[in-house]
Design a protein around this ligand. Structure first.
Ligand SMILES: *[C@@H]1O[C@H](CO)[C@@H](O)[C@H](O)[C@H]1NC(C)=O
Ligand SMILES: *[C@@H]1O[C@H](CO)[C@@H](O)[C@H](O)[C@H]1NC(C)=O
Ligand SMILES: *[C@@H]1O[C@H](CO)[C@@H](O)[C@H](O)[C@H]1NC(C)=O
Ligand SMILES: *[C@@H]1O[C@H](CO)[C@@H](O)[C@H](O)[C@H]1NC(C)=O
Ligand SMILES: *[C@@H]1O[C@H](CO)[C@@H](O)[C@H](O)[C@H]1NC(C)=O
Ligand SMILES: *[C@@H]1O[C@H](CO)[C@@H](O)[C@H](O)[C@H]1NC(C)=O
Length: 313
């Protein structure tokens, strides 16, 4: 069905050349701008190929000892390649300072292999400032990456990265606070409920300017103790920040499992999923990944036999 007009083809070849020439930009950020200004054209195809439309940093907050979970999450996202076009989404694992002998070796090996770990300068905790440490550190750590958004998510949350990207694509890039409003609601009264509540800690997104603001704000720095998602909302509300709020019902929800009742928070899988939370163990992850067809690519082989199970919500 693809039809290449005589104009598009040379343009895409040029775009490809430019893309190849500019690949070093990702390692040598200072080359980026000179590479871009060298393109003497105003063709949006080329610009969108050289400059990602959207850059998102996803921090999965976890602890150093959760080696198996990290490996599972890497596997889960390895099956989502190519689903988000021109967007760049970097998934990083985030934890506090290493404190055990074996971590220094085992975590180092992971860094050598995957380079997807951020170790903050803190003592491991959930509700005593780790989230503050994360958001206030990333502007400095990634001052050269020009991310548009930074996300915090839990290590029992699975993201549909393509859907996340598509849902952010037409949103504001500034002053954004995006997630699942708690207490969850289905419709109406958006204004009122948005102002009086917070985005659930399972996974929420801030625009980069808000991370920069957190890094400098005494309001944030002075109020780090308490449930992290509530504290974050209280900083924004106090400072009248995060005025672009996006409530993502029903795309963000808790895993329903065998539980018979649905709530605003908890329902069966849906194709438009952005995030599913409460994947506490391997079985919950497996059922989720099966629903999203993660294993469809398996080829028959005499080397293995994999029994199939009925789809289980
Ligand atoms: C480039 O193209 C965009 C969209 O077509 C247009 O708005 C803009 O004015 C153009 N810029 C220049 C420098 O020609
Ligand atoms: C980590 O934080 C502590 C307490 O704020 C500080 O004393 C120490 O110098 C920091 N370490 C590093 C490596 O930045
Ligand atoms: C963004 O897209 C959604 C879904 O397609 C639509 O409902 C919404 O109005 C769009 N927002 C803007 C600002 O274009
Ligand atoms: C909620 O916040 C918005 C933006 O700050 C404001 O315009 C609106 O009046 C507020 N609504 C209520 C019910 O406080
Ligand atoms: C933050 O705490 C410091 C030290 O206690 C105090 O001087 C400052 O006024 C506080 N700032 C805010 C915005 O509360
Ligand atoms: C998984 O694959 C089946 C069969 O191809 C399809 O009907 C279904 O929509 C897919 N599920 C999702 C969530 O994409």
């Amino acid at each position: 069905m693809h039809h290449y007009s005589p104009i598009i083809l040379p343009l895409s070849l040029l775009a490809l050349t430019v893309l190849l020439m500019c690949t070093t930009e990702f390692r040598l950020p200072s080359f980026f701008s000179s590479c871009q200004t060298a393109i003497l054209t105003n063709n949006s195809v080329i610009r969108s190929m050289t400059k990602p439309g959207l850059r998102i940093l996803v921090g999965v907050l976890t602890t150093a000892d959760r080696y198996e979970r990290r490996q599972l999450i890497r596997l889960a996202y390895s099956q989502q390649h190519g689903t988000y076009h021109d967007a760049e989404v970097d998934v990083r694992f985030v934890f506090c300072s290493l404190s055990k002998e074996e971590q220094s070796v085992l975590v180092t090996l992971e860094i050598l292999q995957y380079n997807d770990i951020i170790i903050l300068n803190c003592t491991e905790n959930m509700n005593n400032g780790k989230t503050y440490e994360y958001f206030s550190s990333v502007p400095k750590l990634f001052s050269d990456r020009s991310y548009n958004y930074v996300m915090k998510c839990d290590d029992d949350t699975y993201l549909r990265i393509g859907n996340l990207v598509e849902s952010l694509r037409n949103k504001s890039r500034e002053d954004v606070y995006y997630g699942l409003v708690n207490p969850c609601f289905r419709a109406d009264d958006m204004d009122y409920k948005m102002n009086s509540s917070f985005m659930s800690g399972l996974g929420y997104v801030l625009s980069w300017d808000l991370a920069e603001w957190i890094a400098e704000s005494e309001i944030a720095q002075n109020n780090t103790d308490g449930p992290e998602d509530i504290m974050l909302a209280s900083w924004l509300n106090t400072a009248k920040k995060g005025r672009n709020r996006y409530h993502n019902f029903p795309g963000i929800y808790d895993y329903k499992g065998d539980s018979p009742d649905e709530t605003c928070y908890r329902h069966a899988f849906i194709p438009e999923t952005i995030a599913v939370h409460l994947l506490k163990g391997n079985l919950e992850w497996a059922r989720t990944l099966q629903y999203f067809n993660a294993t469809k690519g398996l080829k028959p082989s005499k080397l293995y036999h994999v029994p199939s199970w009925p789809i289980n919500q």
